[in-house]
Design a protein around this ligand. Structure first.
Ligand code: LER
Ligand code: MN
Length: 270
């Protein structure tokens, strides 16, 4: 398994990223800290260059496991379940640009809050249909581009769509596309999963990506999640993808990534 942390290519309202903007300096800091890669949070794929990012990551010897899309929701309120049809179409079109970027970077695309948050009660069924339709269209584009999509299970206080692993597996089955798998995030799992290790096992090879933050969303080791047990479970299930730190930059970005790696490196097999 390889270790990465999340950095944002631009300023963003989402807090749990290690660095924002000044991507060249951010990647240099992640590499200097000893990580294998940097996951990129990208609001608008049209504002970054895949070839420049590939070259920059290579300069620092870093892989890019995944490209996040959540800032489209966080900063522009674009979502796959927006009531307004043209907003949904824009969200799908913009995620397709992420898919093209991810193809250049050899990365996954993450579907987090771009799915939307809380539907109006009267629109609940329609909203789920919109979500399935949007994901089918994105899944087809991802299949054609040879890119994987990881749908993230996110806790109930942030969204009503897909809070736990079972919800994610149900949705994936409904969408019916091979390119789509799940992203589990220990911060959300600690709130939603009845048994975190059992949920990892339940996902099996549908688990495409793994976010780590401790119970307080600080770096792993700063709270009470049993990371050694969860990492052992990942190993047992044959997971050999990335473990990506998505935690608050506290007390500051450099300290958090250093402490996170100091804790994770001895327990995550290379
Ligand atoms: C994004 O990966 C995440 O975990 C969510 O909490 C975004 O709001
Ligand atoms: Mn996450």
């Amino acid at each position: 398994m390889k270790l990465s942390v999340v950095v944002s290519t631009h300023q963003a309202s989402f807090e749990a990223v290690s660095f924002k903007g000044r991507i060249s300096e951010s990647l240099a800091a992640v590499a200097a800290a000893g990580y294998d890669g940097a996951e990129l949070a990208v609001r608008n794929a049209a504002e970054v260059s895949g070839s420049e990012l590939t070259a920059l990551a290579a300069t620092h010897g870093l892989g890019i496991p995944a490209v996040g899309t959540g800032q489209m929701w966080g900063d522009e309120r674009l979502s796959l379940t927006a009531q307004d049809e043209s907003t949904r179409a824009t969200a799908v079109a913009r995620v397709k640009e992420h898919i093209a970027l991810a193809a250049e970077l050899d990365a996954l695309v993450i579907i987090g809050l771009v799915r939307g948050v809380f539907p109006d009660a009267a629109l609940k069924e329609a909203s789920w249909e919109w979500l399935v339709e949007g994901l089918r269209e994105l899944g087809a584009a991802a299949d054609a581009a040879g890119v994987g999509i990881a749908i993230e299970a996110i806790n109930r206080y942030e969204t009503a769509y897909v809070n736990a692993a079972t919800d994610g597996l149900d949705l994936i089955e409904r969408v019916g596309r091979d390119s789509i798998g799940l992203l589990l995030d220990t911060f959300h799992m600690n709130i939603e999963e009845p048994d975190m290790a059992a949920s990892i096992r339940m996902c099996g090879d549908r688990l495409f990506h793994f976010h780590v933050a401790d119970s307080n969303r600080w770096y792993p080791g700063a709270g009470h999640i049993d990371f050694p047990g969860l990492i052992n479970t990942l190993v047992d299930t044959g997971y050999d993808r990335w473990v990506s730190g998505e935690f608050l930059p506290r007390p500051d970005g450099p300290t958090s990534i250093a402490k996170g790696l100091e804790y994770l490196r001895p327990i995550v097999p290379r």
